[in-house]
Design a protein around this ligand. Structure first.
Ligand code: AMP
Ligand code: GLY
Length: 426
């Protein structure tokens, strides 16, 4: 069967790498892809939100399954778009409708959903910049009723930058004013203010057909640019899977208190959800709470989660599209995986693109997943902040990590940077 994968990051390279191994695959197209996905299939230069052009490709190449990597096209309604085309209604889109994508697209919606379904999460209130109204006074009173630090979240998508955590109440109030004033554009017209949860984070993923679900390996990512989890937030600087504190007792709580009520809640709300759900969780003294929902796989979590899946992912996608996931089991490798992100100098601030990358042809013990790369005049060059994810598998994550760091020694591009302390807190 022919498959279209949408996106261009490390997550998409990991998905393409896995799909390519499926005996069910005939042709794989990636839109727009990167220099790594080009090794697994055919890259097509179509933007992730150009729905008419993507639909045309699906028609001309008789594509059966469309796998949506990033959240943006989901929030903009790519799944709904395919269902609205008479001749494409039968295409299986892996990713929810816009109604389900609101779990990620609106923090306020996600919080209301959790409240309604009794899912553990931080206490919160939402404030909106209503017409001609000044909600600041009420919001300020709420901020002052909480203990620091204060967590402020722009309601809409803000490229991963819409969450601000501050220790000082006065600063929190000014930040709120800045958000209402347009700091995050329309994403900040509504702001969720919530209680700070002190604990350790992890990412849990399921693939669901709306009724049944399968649990993927869990992972932990490292979001800050600096070692010891310091400095600015990034898309993620590395990841490991499995996560030692996610033992059976903890995961049973996650299933019972979080996953089941989420799937049931979606069904009861009449939301047709076929795709991945990414639970951004925090363990507070062994009790799981939801920090956020995402409606896709994580990046760089995918680069450790997918290599540990032994089952045929395309078979699972077909079952998801046909609502036949019930009874499917996921075979997961006993090995641990670790990935290290090599990023451009200056990231997450400004950085240069188009720098040649050397060492990609070297023999390695691991897998080199491309994130921000492209091919220019037959050379692989940098094309984003996060450039490569070096994944390795071994008996434990420390050994896996050592292999990734070995691979890193052979790769170089101007300004290259990576964290050398992935997994430091485990
Ligand atoms: P989000 O975009 O919702 O994942 O938030 C970004 C990051 O902010 C999370 O990964 C957490 O590290 C942190 N965060 C968000 N909400 C809270 C909270 N209520 N308590 C503690 N940390 C939080
Ligand atoms: N690594 C976090 C994310 O994909 O949102």
């Amino acid at each position: 069967m022919n498959v279209l994968l949408i996106g261009s990051g490390g997550r998409e390279h990991a998905l393409a790498w896995k799909l390519k191994q499926s005996p069910l695959l005939t042709k794989l197209f990636i839109a727009p892809g990167n220099a790594g996905t080009a090794l697994c299939g055919i890259n097509v230069p179509i933007a992730v939100d150009n729905f008419p052009a993507l639909a045309q490709l699906v028609r001309s190449e008789k594509i059966k399954i469309v796998v949506v990597g990033p959240e943006d096209p989901l929030v903009k309604g790519i799944s709904d778009y395919f269902k609205e085309q008479d001749d494409l209604r039968w295409v299986g889109v892996i990713g929810p409708d816009a109604s389900g994508a609101k779990l990620e697209g609106s923090k306020d919606f996600a919080k209301q959903f959790m409240e309604k379904n009794g899912i553990p999460t931080a206490r919160y209130r939402t404030f909106s910049m209503a017409k001609g109204e000044e909600p600041i006074a009420e919001a300020e009173a709420y901020i002052r009723s909480l203990n620091p630090p204060y967590v402020l979240k722009a309601d809409g998508l803000a490229a991963g930058k819409g969450v601000v955590i501050l220790n000082d109440a006065d600063q929190a109030v000014s930040e709120l004013a800045a958000m209402f004033g347009g700091k995050f554009g329309s994403a900040g017209k509504k702001v969720v203010i919530e209680e700070f949860l002190d604990g350790i984070e992890l990412s849990v993923f399921v693939l669901t057909d709306g009724d049944s679900w399968v649990l993927l390996p869990e992972a932990k990512d490292y979001k800050r640019i600096g070692e010891g989890d310091t400095g600015l937030n990034t898309g993620g600087m590395g990841a490991v899977s499995p996560v030692s504190f996610a033992n059976e007792a903890f995961m049973d709580k996650v299933k019972e208190r979080i996953i089941e009520p989420t799937i049931n809640g979606l069904r009861v709300s009449g939301i047709r959800y076929q795709g991945f759900i990414f639970f951004g969780l925090i363990s507070v003294k062994g009790e799981p709470f939801v920090i956020e929902y995402n409606v896709r796989l994580g990046d760089p979590e995918s680069e450790v989660v997918i290599p540990r899946i032994e089952s045929d992912l395309l078979e699972l996608f077909s079952a998801t599209a046909e609502r036949k996931l019930k009874g499917k089991k996921l075979e997961i490798s006993e090995e641990s995986a670790a990935t290290v992100m090599m990023v451009s100098g200056g990231y997450p601030g400004d950085y240069q693109k188009g720098l040649p990358i050397s060492g990609l042809d070297m023999q390695t013990d691991g897998i080199i997943f491309h994130a921000g790369t492209t091919v220019r005049e037959k050379l692989v060059v940098t094309n984003g902040g996060r450039v490569l994810a070096l994944t390795s598998l071994d008996a434990n994550w420390k050994k896996a990590l050592e292999k990734s760091y070995k691979t890193a020694e052979n790769i170089s591009f101007d300004g290259m940077y990576y964290r050398r302390d992935i997994g430091f807190d485990l």
